[in-house]
Design a binder for this molecule. Structure first.
Ligand code: HEC
Ligand code: HEC
Ligand code: HEC
Length: 420
């Protein structure tokens, strides 16, 4: 008996060592490309400020009411909460003691200065595709910010996700620093767009489906995903019936990325933050490059649903009542909306998404289109969480999804309760 136990123990130790060895082996990182501070520091800082917009760094690295780039914003993940880091040049709490190489290693390898593996709540799986020159410019920009002495907060993750071993395993499975190869068969603008979408814009962080452990398969890139906390659905950028733009007029896609509003719909929730903090600040050329790339993405692997679940007639009648009382004044009797102010609900694919999550969210929480230079005072939608119960919300959304030519599954009170 004792011998058997000893043998089992020896076997498990051996197994653990082999697993550990494998994890460490797969976490070997390629050597870092050399770089360094560009000759003209003022120019580098300006370029870096622009790149920080393109990467939307401030959104995560600023806590509500806090100083820009001083970190401390809580990012909820299915495994617990991670707090963003202080990126200001404070020598103790920020990046003041970091070199340009340390900074590049964080973006390229997802490793902190002391070698600690960083949580992928920091989208380094995308930023890793960045070019070294851009990292150096970002570093120059951040180094020029006022230093803020604000300590970093350690992550509050559940065991075992709070260990480096778990992160190591995750990285072994899902993270390899790669380089975005230039596609000579595409235009320079397309290639620039690919870089902006895949690397800096980290669009795939929300829009690509993930496995249970949070990995992204390359065939599924940008093909739509429930966001990690499952409260918003980031629709497929490859499916015209979701968020694909291959069949949109160019000027409409430019308007959506520049102002958050287009004739066929407006951006909501997390996407409104992206437009407000990032895409509206891009140069016209860069926005156009993004459109070139987005309009040319491979076709989605998700077919348009052929059938939909009709609502019971009683539910539709109730939904119409709610609609006429609470929604019609803005969205119109025929769901036609008002150009530039209220999005149409008729013929709006966001309304017909298979997953009704976003619609439930917007009715419960209300929302504003993003504040942009093109649309400085957007109209808002009031929250209905107190006026309408789950049944009312299910009824009005079922009505909206099955009127004026819209064809999508009815929404149930259960769906609404789950989203609350
Ligand atoms: C979606 C949110 C998010 C965005 C966007 C984001 N970060 Fe972060 N970042 C984080 C989080 C969270 C951490 C902390 C990770 C950890 O501690 O494991 C972090 C950590 C870092 C670190 C490591 C700091 C340290 O002390 O180890 C650097 C450097 C960094 N981010 C730079 C950037 C830059 C540059 C950008 C924009 C190009 C950016 N981040 C955009 C969330 C984000
Ligand atoms: C933080 C998560 C997040 C990131 C990052 C993100 N998106 Fe989105 N996106 C969403 C969500 C959620 C929606 C659905 C809500 C809506 O309709 O606006 C959405 C919707 C969209 C839509 C459809 C809008 C409509 O009204 O039909 C487009 C197009 C889009 N995103 C493009 C992008 C591009 C391009 C990027 C990268 C620059 C990006 N997204 C980055 C979360 C994100
Ligand atoms: C005061 C005017 C107003 C009222 C009343 C109103 N809405 Fe809205 N609605 C808006 C605005 C403005 C937006 C754009 C919000 C945004 O971009 O975040 C919007 C967005 C939406 C969207 C998302 C459309 C898209 O393109 O993604 C849906 C769905 C919606 N409303 C449904 C409703 C329903 C259902 C009601 C009634 C219960 C209602 N609204 C009442 C103004 C209104």
């Amino acid at each position: 008996m004792r011998r058997l136990l000893l043998r089992l123990l020896a076997l498990s130790v051996l197994g653990l060592l082999m697993l550990g060895g494998w994890v460490v082996w797969l976490n070997r990182m390629p050597p870092l490309e050399p770089g360094g501070l560009p000759a003209d520091a003022a120019q580098a800082r300006l370029r870096g400020a622009y790149l920080a917009r393109a990467g939307n760094c401030a959104a995560c690295h600023t806590r509500p009411g806090g100083l820009p780039y001083a970190g401390g914003r809580a990012i909820e993940t299915p495994f617990g909460t991670v707090f963003s880091s202080n990126l200001t040049p404070d020598r103790i709490h920020g990046l003041g003691a970091w070199s340009a190489d340390d900074f590049w290693r964080a973006l390229r390898h997802g490793q902190s200065r002391d070698g600690r593996w960083l949580s992928p709540a920091f989208p380094y799986t995308s930023y890793s595709l960045m070019q070294r020159q851009d990292s150096d410019d970002l570093y120059a920009f951040l180094s020029g910010l006022p230093a803020v002495a604000q300590a970093n907060r350690p992550a509050a993750l559940r065991f075992p996700f709070d260990t480096q071993a778990a992160l190591g395993l995750w990285r072994a499975l899902y993270f390899r620093p790669a380089t975005l190869a230039t596609r000579p068969d595409k235009s320079p603008s397309w290639n620039r767009g690919a870089y902006l979408v895949r690397a800096l814009g980290h669009c795939g962080d929300c829009h690509s489906p993930r496995s249970a452990l949070g990995g992204i398969a390359s065939d599924d890139l940008l093909d739509g995903s429930l966001m990690p906390m499952r409260d918003w659905y980031a629709p497929s950028l490859r499916a015209p019936h979701e968020a694909g733009v291959s069949d949109w007029p160019r000027d409409q896609v430019l308007a959506l990325l520049g102002t958050g509003m287009a004739a066929r719909g407006s951006v909501l929730g997390p996407m409104a933050e992206i437009v407000q903090g990032s895409t509206q600040h891009l140069s016209a050329d860069d926005r156009a490059a993004m459109v070139d790339y987005l309009q040319d993405l491979p076709a989605s692997r998700q077919p348009r649903p052929a059938q939909y679940r009709p609502a019971a007639p009683g539910l539709l009648a109730r939904g119409q009542e709610v609609y006429e009382q609470h929604c019609k004044d803005c969205h119109g009797a025929q769901g036609q909306g008002a150009p530039g102010a209220y999005p149409p609900l008729a013929g709006n694919r966001a309304v017909e998404l298979k997953i009704p999550q976003n619609l439930i969210k917007v009715v419960i929480e209300g929302g504003f289109a993003p504040v942009t230079t093109g649309n400085p005072r957007p109209y808002g939608m009031p929250p209905f969480s107190h006026q309408l119960d789950d049944g009312d919300i299910a009824a009005v959304l079922s009505y909206v999804r099955q009127s004026w030519g819209n064809r999508a599954d009815a929404v149930t009170a259960n769906d609404v309760a789950r989203a609350r």
